[in-house]
Design a protein around this ligand. Structure first.
Ligand code: ADP
Ligand code: MG
Length: 347
């Protein structure tokens, strides 16, 4: 099922949790909503589910305006971050619950519900645990039961709000891979909320980066990582370095010299240069480049991070050097970013 969020605004007591959000989700796609706490991820997910109504705008399921349909009418499966299973029900009864509470004519027979529950438990690799109670399961197993329960109603859309948020890192990584496999096997249109960039980049077909109730960028993992379109996305996904620069006649200047990067269309004035600390070319001679003095050096996994002071103006920037690179000891380092982007100063 395609889902289209069209110019949606959501206010809570006049506070805008979402400003003017538009998003097209393709049928069968796995989308991650990624952003810091408070950026509006859960609100957007609840609007798609039908648990909230938009203040403005509309939500389409296929061709149909679903804005005023309830969660049951939309037929979505929802897994909440802290939503416990029904503790007094067995695993099988938990999974079958959504089918059992269907109105008369659409409710499958008890034997059919059991069969479906056991098929789904097979899919989430929990066969044999049908008769257990939630308290007898690990955290990871419980979230898999919750997912099976959400899928039991054969939802048009599967909505997952930080489903692995409470689990430890190792289990999260396993469940992440496993969720991708399930998604590929079932082909559900899935929207997945996370504040963990690694999770989003690894799992999703496309990542929706959110900040302060707005969508900052939508793209594949490669697109949002390699070509961030705002300082926020640069900073939020992966590591970034930035440096105040000046645009003069299409050239970038740092301190009192041009650095060999051109921005033909940019107006003269102040700007900010962004790049990845590891994505720099080290130079012997500084003829049109950025040169600085090493003021700090630390080892980060397989590389060395050095902090440079630039141009005696108390501007500092971080770049990454190979462990064995002599520059870490040397006082001067010259470099040029390989991939970079300039954002003009606001106003
Ligand atoms: P996220 O899931 O990205 O952490 P939320 O969508 O939960 O963010 O919240 C976005 C903003 O909307 C936050 O500032 C939050 O406090 C506010 N908000 C969310 N739900 C409500 C609500 N029911 N009433 C009032 N404010 C809310
Ligand atoms: Mg949330």
């Amino acid at each position: 099922m395609e889902v289209r969020v069209a110019n949606v605004r959501k206010e809570f007591d006049r506070f805008p949790a979402l400003h003017d959000v538009s998003l097209d989700i393709k049928s069968g796609e796995l989308i991650a909503l990624l952003g810091p706490s408070g950026s509006g991820k859960t609100t957007l997910l609840r609007l798609i589910a039908g648990l909230e109504k938009p203040t403005k705008g509309a939500i389409y399921f296929g061709e149909e305006d679903a804005s005023h349909r309830t969660i049951q009418e939309r037929n979505v499966g929802f897994v909440f971050q802290h939503y416990a299973l029904f503790r007094h029900m067995t695993v099988a009864d938990n999974v079958g619950f959504g089918l059992k509470v269907r109105p008369g004519a659409t409710r499958p027979a008890a034997a059919e519900i059991r069969r479906r529950a056991s098929e789904l438990l097979d899919l989430v690799q929990l066969s044999g645990l049908e008769k257990r109670y939630p308290a007898q399961l690990s955290g990871g197993q419980r979230q898999r039961v919750a997912l099976a329960r959400a899928m039991a109603i054969e939802p048009k859309v599967l909505l997952l709000d930080e489903p692995f948020g409470a689990l430890d890192a190792q289990v999260r990584r396993e469940l992440r891979r496993w969720l991708r496999e399930i998604h590929d096997a079932t082909g559900h249109t899935t929207v997945f909320v996370t504040h963990d960039q690694e999770e989003a980049l690894e799992l999703a077909d496309r990542v929706v980066v959110m900040s302060q109730g707005r969508i900052e960028q939508v793209g594949t993992a490669d697109e949002v990582y390699d070509t961030p379109n705002s300082p926020f996305v640069y900073g939020f996904i992966g590591e970034s370095s930035s440096l105040p620069v000046k645009v003069e006649d299409g050239q970038l200047w740092v301190a009192d010299r041009p650095i060999g990067l051109s921005v033909p269309d940019a107006p003269n004035g102040k700007a900010e240069l962004y790049f990845r600390p590891h994505d720099v070319e080290l130079l012997e001679e500084c003829n049109g480049c950025i040169a600085g003095t090493v003021v700090a050096s630390r080892r980060v996994a397989g590389t060395r991070r050095v902090e440079l002071e630039i141009g005696g103006e108390r501007q500092r920037v971080e770049i990454e050097l190979p462990i064995e690179h002599p520059a870490a000891q040397k006082s001067r380092v010259a470099f040029r970013p390989r991939r970079w982007k300039v954002f003009l100063a606001e106003g």
